[in-house]
Write a protein of this length. Structure first.
Length: 411
């Protein structure tokens, strides 16, 4: 589709319109590689076929970074006059709707494969080996992490259908309270010491992870209790439980996991735990990158300055953009939380990462590498800012630690 400017002299096209279907790569990964595993087993390539059960981590840590480097920056922002018709075009929301049934189909297929006593239909005798089982669970965990991102996109919307689809997509990882904390907690407190999901300056990922996970849980429960009380209810009254957004989201997880365990048996427990933990860890790694060290200043009246583009780390690499629904255009998302992914823009004034989220997630896991890099991208400049009271954008302009110096783009 196209949009014409008011003077009818210029036409704009969404070059990524068909590419948004790439967002369905993760929920179809396990299903897509299955015939290749069968074919490789038929050819006697059994050891090589087992590697394909690790397709989720391979795509996340190898393929995405490689493609980001190969294809580079996106570079296309929708003009203001195109925003409304992009928002109204239901094709874009159908791309996210399709994610959910494919996600569940993959989870169910993987669970049955994980616990199958014999995989003759896959061209091999007996059950999966444990290395293959771990790879399969991690692949579904990667799907779960991306599913949280899809839930994030839909959970911000006003339509009831999208909000329920958001909770459904969160159920496999058991992270349903994210629906509450992200919308009503993180977006209010972002880039302040009160926000458990904003990484502090000098904080390593493994320090941030438990603080964010448990802090977000406590915040979600508190926020939901406050909402129920404002409506005249008592959060401890069982009559309010089904209307409690945390409890009804967790109930979906209980129902899903109970159904899977009923069909597959207790042998599925390691699968459920691995995929949930890995999916949550992926989300928190992205949280760590998005606001690391960026701090809103407190004004004389005790309130924090307004959140601006400089309070989020951004990236505009096209491959990760289409796989993760413009998650990397994070400053515009915080400025306009209900704006749909296809209309998000790369904003002037926002500090930029040297590469896509997929590349940097792997780095955050290893504190020695982060230390060598002087912290995540921009940490060197941020250290000077903390000592001098310098503005965040000016700090970002000055560069980054040794590993990143010269690669952080100036606002």
């Amino acid at each position: 589709m196209t949009a014409e400017s008011t003077d009818n002299t210029m036409e704009w096209q969404d070059r990524k319109r068909r590419l948004w279907l790439m967002g369905l790569v993760f929920p179809t990964l396990v299903l897509t590689v299955t015939p290749f595993i069968w074919a490789m087993n038929q050819l006697g390539w059994y050891p090589a076929s087992q590697v394909l059960f690790w397709i989720g981590p391979i795509l996340l840590y190898v393929v995405m970074p490689t493609l980001d480097l190969r294809f580079g920056a996106d570079g296309q922002n929708p003009p203001d006059e195109a925003t409304q018709w992009l928002e109204d075009d239901k094709y874009y929301r159908y791309c996210t709707y399709a994610f959910v049934p494919l996600q569940y189909l993959s989870v169910i297929a993987a669970a049955l494969t994980f616990t199958a006593p014999n995989l003759s239909w896959l061209g091999q005798d007996g059950p999966l080996s444990w290395p293959a089982k771990i790879g399969l669970a991690l692949s579904i965990g990667a799907l779960g992490g991306v599913g949280i991102n899809t839930a994030h996109e839909m959970g911000h919307k006003k339509e009831s259908l999208e909000r329920w689809l958001s909770k459904i997509s969160l159920a496999p990882t058991g992270y349903g309270h994210f629906y509450i904390e992200h919308n009503r907690g993180h977006h209010v407190r972002v880039a302040t010491p009160e926000d458990p999901s904003s990484a502090r300056f000098g904080e390593m990922f493994w320090e941030f992870l438990p603080r964010s996970v448990f802090g977000s849980l406590r915040s979600a429960l508190r926020l939901e209790a406050q909402r129920i009380r404002r409506r005249g209810g008592n959060p401890w009254n069982p009559k309010t439980y089904l209307f409690n957004d945390a409890l009804n989201a967790w109930l979906m997880t209980v129902v899903l996991w109970a159904a899977l365990l009923a069909v597959c048996g207790p042998a599925l427990i390691p699968f459920l735990i691995i995929q949930a933990v890995f999916g949550i860890t992926l989300l928190e790694a992205v949280n760590y990158l998005e606001h690391y060290g960026l701090l809103r200043q407190k004004k004389a009246n005790g309130r924090y300055e307004r959140c601006t583009p400089e309070h989020s780390w951004n990236s505009d690499h096209i491959v990760t953009n289409v796989l993760l629904y413009h998650l990397q255009r994070h400053s515009d998302h915080h400025a306009n939380p209900t704006r749909r992914y296809q209309t998000l823009r790369s904003m002037d004034g926002s500090p930029n990462l040297p590469c896509g989220y997929g590349t940097l997630i792997g780095l955050t896991y290893f504190p020695p590498l982060v230390a060598q890099a002087d912290g995540p991208p921009g940490a060197g400049a941020l250290r000077r800012r903390h000592h001098t009271g310098q503005h965040a954008t000016a700090a970002a302009r000055e560069g980054a630690g040794p590993l990143w110096r010269g690669r952080v783009m100036a606002a």
